[in-house]
Design a protein around this ligand. Structure first.
Ligand code: GDP
Ligand code: MG
Length: 484
């Protein structure tokens, strides 16, 4: 069972609590059974599933709990907490230091996704402004250097490798030396793999590691092997000093639950997950936001990270406006432009409460972009007065002729324009609420100014503003548009 399905099944089990008139032992057991079945189908280790069930049951004392609403909340919270535990290794992950030369070495079996993931990680840091490079120390697989070279060239990342040198230790050492001299901050070394865990592979790994003294050894794990992940991760950990794990191929048909919980059980912190073959199909892994997203509850922290990546602090004017709860159509247009710059749209939507799992499937990516482009085309036909009005929707409702003009100009129906305005109103309301939380946008760096309780409040408010039914409706409408 793929991850999105797992999320849907657990959400539906949790929802059954809200539908029950009274919550008793029977209802609780039925819900837990549904959750556990879903986890087992996703290949989560039976021992871990049993533990989860026990923990939830012992955390809940139905006799002692007062009102129905409270019971529901507490049970749902207990399940959420246990799900987080399942993917949490309880170990803090290594992070690079700015201004220092961070050497990251990749290890893993052949075909697990090392070379692809090296490029993804390099691209990730490069976009965040780190001076980043790639080294190919895989002399085992034919074409390995070409593969890395191709990826690096596409993403404009400096690289190093050799067609003639056969000793990976020499290539790795030379490359690291060269890039260290050039003051690179993130130096990523790709190594070769074997089809099986062989002594020769481990020997080579150790030699390379000894020569370049990496700050972080990343073990790349293919999710499609399910529960076997645990044994394999352990085998690698025993041989080299693995500091973090990246789980790949969590798209498609991987029983992701198995891989994530198995790896976490080895006390290896998962730092990123790979969700496709493209360089953008890559997400930082944090346990709580991951579970929230899985259950369609949104990922406010991730959203804040993404918003910060946009360097909103360069845009003082917008921050000033947001602080006062103002948000014009032009602001929305510029935000859409930013989102398109930011890359995978589905990732962003997935972080908004209510969108969650519906947008986790990859197939929607292009559609989402097309929808966004369509909205922007409509706004392209608006004039400055309309775009810059602090209440754009009112300008239109006062003079409906404007709607017809914009529709004609952008080649859509008046209904489409109205839908856009409705959507804008919702966004603007949300922004107003967010601006109302004191200090949220101060300095443009949200995460620094938001404490956990504010974050919870923001989450609540967004969830309220973005009522799942409204969003669902919106999504339907938007998908209708893309067909126009
Ligand atoms: P390596 O032998 O460990 O270097 O593995 P590669 O990076 O060459 O990847 C092996 C195959 O897995 C390639 O076809 C990749 O495109 C594919 N791959 C890697 N990561 C992912 C992922 O997250 N999702 C999917 N669907 N494919 C991936
Ligand atoms: Mg490779």
């Amino acid at each position: 069972m793929v991850l999105a399905d797992l999320g849907r099944k657990i959400t539906s089990a949790l929802r059954s609590l809200s539908n029950a008139t009274i919550i008793n032992e029977e209802v609780l057991n039925a819900m837990l059974k549904e959750v556990c079945t879903a986890l087992l189908e996703a290949d989560v280790n039976i021992k871990l599933v049993k533990q989860l069930r026990e923990n939830v049951k012992s955390a809940i004392d139905l006799e002692e709990m007062a009102s129905g609403l409270n019971k529901r909340k507490m049970i749902q919270h207990a399940v959420f907490k246990e799900l987080v535990k399942l993917v949490d290794p309880g170990v803090k992950a290594w992070t690079p230091t700015k201004g220092k030369q961070n050497i990251i070495m990749f290890v893993g079996l052949q075909g697990s996704g090392k070379t692809t993931t090296c490029s993804k990680l390099a691209y990730f840091y490069q976009r965040k402004g780190w001076k980043t490079c790639l080294i190919c120390a895989d002399t085992y697989r034919a074409g390995a250097f070409d593969q890395l070279k191709q990826n690096a060239t596409k993403a404009r990342i400096p690289f190093y490798g050799s067609y003639t040198e056969m000793d990976p230790v020499i290539i790795a050492s030379e490359g690291v030396e060269k890039f260290k001299n050039e003051n690179f901050e993130i130096i990523i070394v790709d190594t070769s793999g074997r089809h099986k865990q062989e002594d020769s592979l481990f020997e080579e790994m150790l030699q390379v590691a000894n020569a370049i003294q990496p700050d972080n050894i990343v073990y790349v794990m293919d999710a499609s092997i399910g529960q076997a992940c645990e044994a394999q991760a352990k085998a690698f950990k025993d041989k080299v000093d693995v500091a973090s794990v990246i789980v790949t191929k969590l798209d498609g048909h991987a029983k992701g639950g198995g891989a994530l919980s198995a790896v976490a059980a080895t006390k290896s912190p998962i730092i990123f997950i790979g969700t496709g073959e493209h360089i953008d199909d890559f997400e930082p892994f944090k346990t709580q936001p991951f579970i929230s997203k899985l259950l369609g509850m949104g990922d406010i922290e991730g959203l804040i990270d993404k918003v910060n990546e946009l360097k909103l602090d360069d845009n003082e004017a917008l921050i000033e406006k947001l602080k006062h709860g103002q948000f014009t159509l032009r602001d929305m247009y510029e935000q859409f432009q930013n989102i398109m710059k930011m890359g995978p749209f589905s990732q962003i939507l997935g972080m908004i409460p209510g969108f969650g799992t519906d947008f986790m499937s990859k197939g929607n990516e292009q559609e989402s972009m097309a929808r966004l482009k369509k909205l922007m085309t409509i706004m392209d036909s608006m004039n400055d007065q309309e775009l810059d009005s602090t209440d754009g929707a009112k300008v239109f409702s006062k003079q409906p002729g404007r709607i017809q003009r914009v529709a004609r100009g952008s080649g859509v129906s008046t209904r489409d324009v109205q839908e856009l305005l409705t959507q804008y109103t919702k966004f603007a309301q949300m922004v107003k609420k967010m601006g109302g939380i004191k200090g949220l946008f101060k300095g443009g760096d949200m995460s620094k100014n938001v404490n956990p309780s504010q974050l919870a409040k923001l989450n609540q408010q967004m969830a309220k503003m973005m009522d799942p039914r409204v969003l669902h409706h919106m999504a339907l409408k938007m998908s209708n548009w893309s067909g126009v």
